[in-house]
Ligand binder design. Structure first.
Ligand SMILES: *Cc1c(COP(=O)(O)O)cnc(C)c1O
Length: 397
């Protein structure tokens, strides 16, 4: 994977810049955008006490006004959307195309709306209720759904087709440096808040992009030189029974096992954290999850649905805010690590709560939902007739 190299080797945080752009030095952008929200790092008291941990830090990525956490779509996908948009030249005319199962789509739809940027968003119809915003949507943000039981893989296929049309461009996924350096801000925010690089990093992964981003941020902080010499051990978790990376890692394999379509669909159906069900994660690729785990002495965890529910309850009871299933999986992995002595109780630990406070958002705001402009079945997508239809629509406006 391509990696960004920044002119400034030492990071200067610029708190006067909006949202994530306080880390402008290490974002692949030449201008800022007027957006709010950033990771909020704080030291846990009650969860730490319960687990007997001396230095447990939470990177809270979501909405929690008392902690100054203001990501209004409730997940860390809102760190990458502004970063991706700011990487484009100002006054760039082409329309961004994004495929998503939920959080990424909600983040891009919200951020593009607030900046009045056009967007084509493709999602499975069953994830429609994930596309909401605390403000009204801008008319240039257009939603297309995959109907007839189609899933994320079908949405990706259609987004790829549209992205190749004149006047459009695809977002790029894990390969987009702006996306990774946006997600890596959780680690930059933690290190600049604590004054040091943590020893352990816990996150739930689907595409693995966030794990890779954390590792890349760690390397930049090492080069900076002021945050210690720590290589952060990555502890990455997936939701059983869909755990392709965990299985490959435990077998010492760089390649993911081949599974039949039927097996994959059945596994995905049983997973509570649907945002983690990426079938083609950035695992084997050079600079991907496998290498990141090798280089950091990392580890992977499989977490069941009941363990996820318990961890979410525990977090809410002890820390005082609701967290998403994915964040529950990361928390459950931390519980496993404590039980199996995968860390020392005095170690500096960073737990990435990748999404939280959506219940709070619903209490504090009334939500707007985005209605789809078009719907296509998987068959229409794969035969090319969906794309023809989109092109016709474009010609008629
Ligand atoms: C996307 C997402 C993840 C997984 O992120 P990757 O690093 O891309 O695998 C975890 N939690 C939440 C809430 C997400 O939206």
């Amino acid at each position: 994977m391509l990696r960004a190299i920044y002119r400034t080797q030492q990071l200067t945080v610029k708190p006067h810049l909006p949202g994530i752009f306080r880390f402008f030095d290490w974002l692949p952008a030449d201008h800022c955008l007027e957006v709010g929200g950033k990771p909020a790092t704080y030291k846990s008291t009650y969860l730490a006490q319960r687990l007997g941990l001396a230095q447990l830090y939470i990177s809270f990525n979501g909405y929690w006004p008392e902690r100054e956490a203001n990501l209004l779509t409730g997940s860390f996908k809102e760190l990458e959307a502004p970063s991706v948009l700011a990487r484009l030249p100002e006054h760039y005319r082409r329309t961004l195309v994004v495929a998503s199962a939920g959080n990424t789509g909600r983040a891009f739809a919200h951020i593009c709306s607030s900046l009045e940027r056009s967007l084509y968003l493709v999602i499975p119809e069953k994830n429609l209720d994930a596309i909401w915003s605390t403000s009204k949507f801008y008319s240039g943000v257009r939603l297309i759904v995959v109907s007839g039981g189609g899933d994320y893989a079908d949405a990706i296929a259609l987004a790829k087709q549209i992205g190749q049309l004149d006047g459009f461009f695809p977002e790029g996924g894990a390969a987009n440096v702006a996306r990774r350096d946006g997600m890596g801000l959780t680690v930059l925010d933690a290190a600049t808040t604590l004054g040091q690089i943590p020893a352990h990093y816990f996150q739930a992964v689907g595409s693995g992009t966030g794990g890779v981003s954390a590792w890349e941020a760690n390397q930049r902080l090492l080069q900076d030189g002021r945050f210690g010499t720590q290589t952060m051990k990555l502890h990455l978790a997936q939701n059983s029974p869909f755990t392709p990376m965990v299985e490959a890692w435990k077998q010492g394999s760089r390649v993911l096992a081949n599974r039949s379509e039927q097996v994959i669909k059945a596994q995905i159906d049983r997973v509570s954290a649907k945002v983690l069900t990426n079938r083609n994660p950035a695992y084997a690729i050079a600079g991907g999850v496998y290498e990141a785990l090798i280089q950091t002495g990392g580890q992977m965890y499989a977490v069941t649905n009941p363990a996820t529910i318990r961890a979410r309850r525990l977090f809410k009871e002890l820390e005082g805010i609701d967290i998403s299933p994915s964040a529950g999986i990361a928390t459950a992995a931390l519980l496993q690590a404590v039980e199996t002595d995968a860390l020392q109780k005095t170690d500096c630990i960073l737990l990435n709560i990748t999404s939280g406070g959506t219940e709070r958002i619903r209490q504090d705001y009334s939500l707007h939902y985005l209605s789809p402009r078009m719907a296509f079945s998987p068959r229409e997508i794969h035969s090319g007739s969906a794309l023809e239809h989109v092109e016709k629509q474009l010609l008629s406006v």
